[in-house]
Design a protein around this ligand. Structure first.
Ligand code: HEM
Length: 482
């Protein structure tokens, strides 16, 4: 199995022969063996193996271990779902460095243009379940595993640049707000809006979500944002803040609410199918990796905190710098082993890449592997696609080695919150049609909230942009009258 999966992960330059690839599709469970055996029959289509019975009409014997193994193997063929990002699709390929990043980071595969590492990427829907339409409004995940000579590095990104909250202790509450009712498993707008009313920091995220950026048709046309601020450390030990971004080379594309609903009915797996078909037809799906770099001292002079994931960094001051390109050119051939068991963690780091003090990022540091121990089992690192069979706790790269930190233990908000300025900038930067889509989408959803939640959320919108707040309020009045 090890050899087989090693084969699947090699970069394009080292692609395997078709016969080897076919071999990798074989799963060695008893169930599969039986169906294969039946299929090979010469004209006799009866089952290759029967349950052991007393006479041909039964009863079945409890001692029939062949039957037992067959059924027992079947019930273990599924694993526990991820707690979030349940629905997803993956592809394999490689990353090629285009720019020497050694001035900023020791990351082993970013030292020389032309360096290549194999990668696995999983795109996902952050919310919903395995039946949720790919085109429905929501956040898409974009997770990448780089298999370098020094070990594995994971990027676990979302498709919009800002997050809902800035303290991880609110994560369960925020996910419950975006989930169906625990009472009847049906959509309950009060869950979302009562949370938003208690989370002014979510205003920026809300505008992104209800703009057309919240409805995506294809994984080949979306960005990936690190959202969180990470750290790069160079050979001299100098640390810089870094935000990463994947830019789709086929261009960024969003759809509006009408097309989202139409495509969702047509094919709930629209984006997954589109990705699979593009690669199966011999195509390559490509993204450019860019970074924004910041001197940590800038935090003192900025109006916002660069460790706050509800904020973006102004590209005029922190320009996007190209790093390399991602090429996806191979579909998985075993969904369970290569997609469901993919185990990403922000703590899969390499020398030169660290976590910052961004509280959301720190809150994520251990929870991914906790989830994987539960859903895959304690041996999740030994699953070939995760390529960490030699991993030990000592081999883990921990962040900030040697850094001096001092302060009082507190449970406190960041000193600079600035919840509304960037939300207003986002609205003003949209063209007239996009502004109208945002107003309509937001009004339709907010009109279902209680009067009190509406009042509070409208106040947040007005603080972001008086024009936006007024348009949403008047549209809600219109909807109530119609
Ligand atoms: C406190 C904040 C967060 C917590 C507690 C959290 C927790 C989790 C957990 C437990 C999983 C499932 C892991 C697994 O079973 O394999 C997950 C998956 C994921 N998370 Fe987060 N998360 C947080 C914030 C974020 C942020 C800010 C992003 C993006 C920037 C993000 C992106 C993802 C993605 C893309 C996946 C799916 C990975 C895959 O394809 O397997 N999460 N998260």
């Amino acid at each position: 199995m090890d050899d087989v999966n090693e084969t699947n992960l090699r970069s394009e330059a080292q692609q395997t022969q078709p016969s080897q690839q076919a071999q990798s599709t074989e799963t060695h469970d008893v169930y599969h063996h039986h169906t294969q055996a039946a299929a090979k029959g010469t004209g006799d289509n009866s089952a290759a193996l029967h349950s052991q019975t007393v006479g041909p009409r039964g009863p079945i014997l409890e001692q029939d271990s062949k039957l037992h193994e067959t059924l027992e193997t079947f019930i273990h063929s599924k694993i526990i779902e991820r707690p979030v990002h349940v629905k997803g699709n993956a592809a394999f390929g490689y990353f090629r460095t285009t720019h020497d990043m050694s001035a900023h980071t020791k990351l082993c595969f970013l030292q020389t243009p032309g360096q290549e590492v194999p990668v696995a990427v999983r795109f996902s829907l952050a919310g919903g379940n395995k039946g949720t339409p790919d085109t429905s409004r929501g956040i898409r995940g974009f997770a990448t595993k780089f298999y370098s000579e020094q070990g594995v590095l994971d990027f676990i990104f979302n498709h919009i640049p800002v997050f809902t909250i800035r303290d991880p202790i609110r994560f369960p509450e925020s996910i419950r707000a975006l989930s169906p009712s625990p009472v009847n498993n049906l959509a309950d707008p009060q869950l979302l809006w009562s949370f938003v009313a208690r989370a002014p920091e979510m205003t920026h995220f809300l505008l992104w979500l209800f703009s057309d950026a919240g409805t995506v048709k294809s994984y080949r046309h979306l960005s990936g944002h690190s959202v969180n601020t990470y750290v790069w450390r160079n050979a001299e030990g100098v640390r810089k803040y870094v935000k990463y971004r994947w830019i789709p080379l086929a261009g960024l594309q969003y759809i509006d609410a009408v097309e989202s609903a139409r495509l969702g009915c047509e094919n709930p797996d629209f984006a997954g199918q589109d990705l699979y078909d593009a690669i199966a037809a011999g195509g390559t799906v490509e993204y450019e990796l860019c970074v924004q770099l910041m001197n940590p001292d800038d935090a003192a002079v900025l109006s916002y905190d660069p460790l706050d994931p509800t904020k973006v960094w102004d590209e005029n001051f922190y320009p996007l710098q190209p790093v390399g390109r991602l090429y996806l050119n191979r579909n998985p051939d075993n969904y369970m082993e290569q997609v469901e068991k993919l185990a990403f963690s922000v703590s899969n780091l390499l020398d030169g890449a660290e976590l910052s003090d961004d509280k959301i990022l720190q809150g994520r540091a251990n929870i991914y592997t906790d989830s994987q121990r539960r859903r895959i089992g304690p041996d999740f690192r030994n699953v070939p696609v995760n390529r960490q069979a030699d991993w030990t706790p000592e081999s883990q790269i921990t962040s900030g080695e040697g850094r001096y930190v001092e302060g009082q233990l507190v449970r406190a908000e960041l000193p600079k919150t600035d919840n509304f300025a960037q939300a207003g900038q986002f609205y003003r930067a949209l063209d007239a049609m996009q502004q109208t889509h945002l107003v309509d989408n937001l009004s339709d959803a907010l009109s279902l909230a209680t009067a009190e939640s509406q009042r509070v959320v409208l106040d947040y919108l007005c603080q972001a942009s008086a024009a936006l707040g007024e348009r949403v309020e008047s549209r809600i009045r219109q909807l109530a009258g119609s």
